[in-house]
Design a protein. Structure first.
Length: 350
């Protein structure tokens, strides 16, 4: 089992194997319409992190699913990462998870079942951290290893946060650094430095629990988690969904390593970055064209189990900083940009 490297058995990795925004729009475009449901608060009409259903008692059910192919070789950590990533959707809506169901695809004639056992054990360990049961699941024999969760959560409707409710003048904060795709690609290429070996994995296994606390702050107008579409992709969804634009100060964006630009220059750019850019690059303006190549490869880098992108009113900024600091996230209390009035570009990078 020690000789098995899970990433060798999959063509994609983590959220980097998500279908690109452009192709996803094409898939979801349909003339087949469903009847309106007055209890469905969030559904297919927006590009949010999860579906939300009104329980008619002041609370709502949050329902989501997320799964992907291995982004790390260790099966236990793969289970932990995939599970943290799926649960994050509930936290991004301001809710608290209550239960998870496993989704497992496994090439049983290629990789021993006992390796899949380690994946499930990793998932259970993260569910334990989130305080929820892994209550069951479904498995299939598939050509590539796949794992993830379907997760349910609850939220007070008055505290529900969406990704399309940002307001002009809001400050933008991000609770995890970016660069996961660059580092995992560098590891595949054999150029990752020894001191960076567990940086990405440790970050991806960290739960976004702070979302449930931030949701109680009225001035937090919008939230989402940054995953496969990269920081730019998820910020574009937030800005466009809110009928506004956004500005990002690249120098304030937290990077997983200060050597990230060096890895990019060595060609450590995952395929998902270019797919992302092909989908939304025309919506982004760089104020410093000389740095646009580097900025693009970092800001469009697909993240797996990324941080929360928070849009907060200036008057509530100190309250958000207090919550972040109380939860060990004081390093992410500095704004990375701001929501602006609608302009010709969805996002401007300076």
């Amino acid at each position: 089992m020690e000789n098995i490297k899970l990433t060798q058995y999959s063509h994609g990795a983590g959220c980097g194997c998500k279908i690109s925004p452009k192709i996803l729009d094409e898939i979801l475009h349909s003339n087949f319409s469903m009847p309106d449901n007055d209890r469905l608060i969030v559904g297919n009409h927006s590009k949010d992190d999860a579906a939300v259903y009104d329980l008619k008692n002041g609370t709502a059910l949050i329902s989501t699913t997320d799964f992907f192919m291995p982004i790390v070789d260790d099966p236990f950590n793969f289970g932990r990462i995939a599970s943290a990533n799926a649960i994050s959707d509930v936290y991004a809506m301001g809710g608290s998870p209550i239960m998870a169901i496993a989704i497992l695809g496994w090439p049983i004639n290629v990789i021993p079942p006992k390796v899949a056992t380690k994946v499930i054990e990793g998932s259970k360990s993260i569910c334990l951290e989130a305080g929820i049961p892994l209550a069951g699941g479904h498995s299939i024999d598939s050509p590539e290893p796949i794992f993830g969760l379907a997760v349910n959560g609850l939220v007070d409707i008055k505290h529900l946060k969406q990704n399309n409710t940002a307001q002009r003048g809001d400050l933008l904060l991000l609770t995890k650094p970016i660069g996961v795709g660059v580092l995992t690609t560098a590891e595949k290429k054999g150029i990752l430095k020894e001191q960076h070996k567990m940086l990405a994995a440790n970050q991806m296994m960290r739960l976004n629990k702070v979302g449930a606390l931030l949701s109680k702050i009225d001035g937090v107008h919008a939230m989402t988690d940054v995953t496969g579409f990269g920081l730019l992709g998820h910020l574009i969804e937030m800005a466009e969904g809110s009928g506004l634009s956004a500005m990002v100060d690249f120098n304030q964006v937290p990077l997983i390593s200060n050597e990230l630009p060096d890895y990019v220059q060595q060609g450590s750019v995952p395929g998902g970055t270019n797919r992302n850019w092909d989908s939304y690059g025309h919506k982004v303006h760089f104020n410093e064209e000389a740095s646009s190549g580097l900025y693009k490869n970092i800001l469009a880098d697909p993240q797996t189990s990324g941080g929360l992108l928070i849009s907060v009113a200036e008057k509530s900024y100190d309250e958000v900083v207090e919550v972040l600091s109380a939860n060990g996230l004081e390093d992410f209390a500095k704004p990375i940009g701001q929501i602006t009035e609608k302009e010709s570009f969805a996002v401007s990078v300076q």
